[in-house]
Design a protein around this ligand. Structure first.
Ligand SMILES: *[C@@H]1O[C@H](CO)[C@@H](O)[C@H](O)[C@H]1NC(C)=O
Ligand SMILES: *[C@@H]1O[C@H](CO)[C@@H](O)[C@H](O)[C@H]1NC(C)=O
Ligand SMILES: *[C@@H]1O[C@H](CO)[C@@H](O)[C@H](O)[C@H]1NC(C)=O
Ligand SMILES: *[C@@H]1O[C@H](CO)[C@@H](O)[C@H](O)[C@H]1NC(C)=O
Ligand SMILES: *[C@@H]1O[C@H](CO)[C@@H](O)[C@H](O)[C@H]1NC(C)=O
Ligand SMILES: *[C@@H]1O[C@H](CO)[C@@H](O)[C@H](O)[C@H]1NC(C)=O
Ligand SMILES: *[C@@H]1O[C@H](CO)[C@@H](O)[C@H](O)[C@H]1NC(C)=O
Ligand SMILES: *[C@@H]1O[C@H](CO)[C@@H](O)[C@H](O)[C@H]1NC(C)=O
Ligand SMILES: *[C@@H]1O[C@H](CO)[C@@H](O)[C@H](O)[C@H]1NC(C)=O
Length: 480
């Protein structure tokens, strides 16, 4: 009996304590321990944020809820303590962290019908003698170029912004305060420290300290970065091609366009290149697909600028109607951004240049053929022309008369007949004027056939002139 009542009272006590601590035996959906740990040191401020108030957990915009924070060590609900602790909805603030604060804190979100539970871990490290925090975040600086360090306190800043609380930031290299704008350092925005040109001596630890006033206390939170200088680096990719081009192509033809990207830097960059059409990635890489891309090729360059050239082809084996009037975008993906370039594909204009070209070409060919034919068959053509268009030749060579000259001389038995004259008229005259000069003579008393007058007109005239002088000469000498 004694044992049973004792057991009963133990159970009762346990049950009572469960009711008191509130969260131990409650049947809540357990989201366990948040993966992210909060690191702090004594004297700093620290923020624990529960992620239960999220659409992934419950419909917090429509469902009413209460949030309670518990210390898992004591099972006690966390409450406001001036200068020490501030409970604000899903956020638990330690305003002046002590080593005792190390531990897990549990959030319970209760809605009218359900509850959700999550734990968050705060790890408090004791301060060492050195400047900065014992836990460090690794970041790299690229040697020889401008680079930045990023303060890992963005969560704090956005939370303070949501409270409408102003804060200020200070950077330190080791123990030394970096004044904004001095030397090659500048504060680019609330969270970024810019180094104009990184040198090997820029390695080492940097601390950013965020100072603000909360719950009546002005405090700060700091993070330390271990910056290492890296020789291998890459800067923002530059898409050189395509450059907002308009490209015309003929339907049915094959088409290809390269995407050319230059990544300034040293070593192989972690950059991928993708072609996009109609907001979709072109993932096909097989030539059996009508639209596909090549693999990305890659080339290191040292001069004039250090960097890498990347190239990826977009290939359309046969252009169809649907391929036109859309933008093809080539986008480069890198940790430093994703610049892109595009071209628009349009159908080729009804080709004007080709017909003009072929007409001109045709005319040229015809002209050449004409010239050749003319030289080969010049005579035949002229003769043919004379035959076909005699009108054109009336005033020229053929004046419609059969003979060029009529030769008359005293006939036998006539007065003044002479053997010499007859010989001259019948032999010498024709010999010279007809054979040599190409005239056609009608010589009375000779049944002569017209010869082939092929000699040019000017030649005949010259010939006649010379012969006339000869006759005059002969006549003046002879006494005939
Ligand atoms: C807790 O709730 C689950 C369903 O949400 C149910 O299956 C389980 O039996 C409950 N446990 C207790 C102890 O009520
Ligand atoms: C804190 O958690 C809430 C969800 O409960 C989330 O919306 C918010 O972004 C978180 N804040 C920070 C600074 O992480
Ligand atoms: C949240 O509530 C709204 C309105 O009651 C409903 O339309 C929506 O589906 C709910 N979402 C979830 C995730 O339950
Ligand atoms: C939240 O707490 C208030 C006051 O303690 C209480 O009146 C209300 O019912 C609680 N709401 C929920 C959803 O538990
Ligand atoms: C703690 O104090 C803050 C500001 O003074 C207030 O908004 C908050 O509701 C308080 N929390 C509790 C649990 O009383
Ligand atoms: C934080 O607490 C320590 C002792 O626990 C005290 O000396 C110090 O002044 C407190 N800091 C602030 C900002 O209140
Ligand atoms: C934030 O604070 C400023 C003054 O410090 C005030 O003018 C402004 O209205 C506040 N905004 C909100 C959303 O509370
Ligand atoms: C910085 O790098 C140099 C050599 O590159 C090394 O000697 C030095 O210890 C480093 N300093 C820090 C703080 O890491
Ligand atoms: C292509 O993109 C440019 C710039 O984004 C835009 O001005 C143009 O209208 C787009 N053309 C088509 C056909 O989508």
């Amino acid at each position: 009996m004694g044992l049973t009542s004792a057991l009963g009272s133990v159970l009762f006590v346990l049950g009572l304590s469960g009711i008191c601590t509130g969260f131990v035996q409650e049947n809540c959906t357990n989201y366990k321990l948040q993966f992210e740990r909060i690191y702090s040191v004594p004297g700093d401020m620290a923020m624990l944020n529960s992620t239960l108030v999220s659409p992934d957990v419950f419909n917090f915009t429509t469902v009413p809820y209460n949030i309670t924070w518990y210390d898992s060590k004591t099972g006690q609900e966390m409450s406001n303590q001036t200068g020490r602790i501030l409970v604000k909805e899903e956020t638990l603030w330690f305003l002046n962290v002590t080593l005792d604060d190390n531990g897990e804190y549990v959030t319970i979100v209760r809605t009218p019908f359900r509850c959700y539970r999550q734990a968050t871990k705060l790890i408090v490290d004791s301060l060492t003698g050195e400047c900065g925090r014992p836990r460090k975040v690794d970041q790299t600086l690229m040697n020889g170029v401008a680079d930045t360090l990023s303060c890992p306190l963005k969560d704090y800043m956005s939370k303070l912004d949501s409270y409408n609380i102003s804060s200020s930031i200070k950077w330190y290299k080791g123990c030394e305060h970096i004044v904004d704008g001095t030397g090659k350092y500048s504060y680019r925005d609330m969270t970024t420290l810019m180094i104009q040109r990184v040198e090997p001596q820029n390695n080492g630890s940097y601390t950013c300290t965020l100072t603000f006033t909360l719950g009546g206390i002005t405090g700060s939170v700091s993070e330390t970065i271990d910056a290492r200088i890296r020789e291998v680096y890459s800067l923002v990719p530059q898409v050189r091609e395509p450059a907002s081009e308009i490209i015309k192509a003929e339907i049915g033809s094959s088409f290809s366009k390269r995407c050319l990207v230059f990544v300034p830097g040293v070593g192989k960059p972690f950059v991928s290149i993708l072609w996009i059409a109609r907001d979709k990635f072109i993932r096909n890489t097989q030539p059996s697909d009508r639209v596909y891309t090549s693999q990305t090729s890659f080339n290191i360059q040292d001069v004039p600028d250090k960097g890498a050239w990347l190239e990826r082809l977009l290939i359309i084996s046969e252009l169809r109607e649907e391929d036109f009037h859309i933008n093809y975008t080539c986008r480069s993906y890198s940790s430093r951004g994703h610049p892109e370039g595009y071209f628009t594909l349009l159908p080729a204009d009804p080709n004007i240049i080709l017909p003009i070209g072929s007409v001109l070409g045709g005319v040229t060919v015809l002209f050449i053929i004409g010239v050749v034919i003319y030289y080969l068959f010049k005579v035949d053509i002229v003769l043919w022309f004379r035959r076909v268009f005699p009108v054109l030749y009336t005033n020229k060579d053929l004046d419609g008369k059969l003979y060029d000259a009529y030769v008359a001389y005293p006939q036998r038995c006539a007065v003044g007949f002479s053997k010499e004259v007859e010989t001259f008229a019948l032999h010498t005259l024709p010999q010279v004027l007809e054979k040599a000069c190409g005239y056609k003579l009608f010589i009375a008393g000779r049944d002569c056939l017209p010869g082939h007058g092929k000699s040019p007109t000017w030649w005949r005239k010259l010939c006649l002139m010379v012969f006339a002088r000869v006759i005059v000469l002969v006549a003046s000498r002879s006494k005939c």
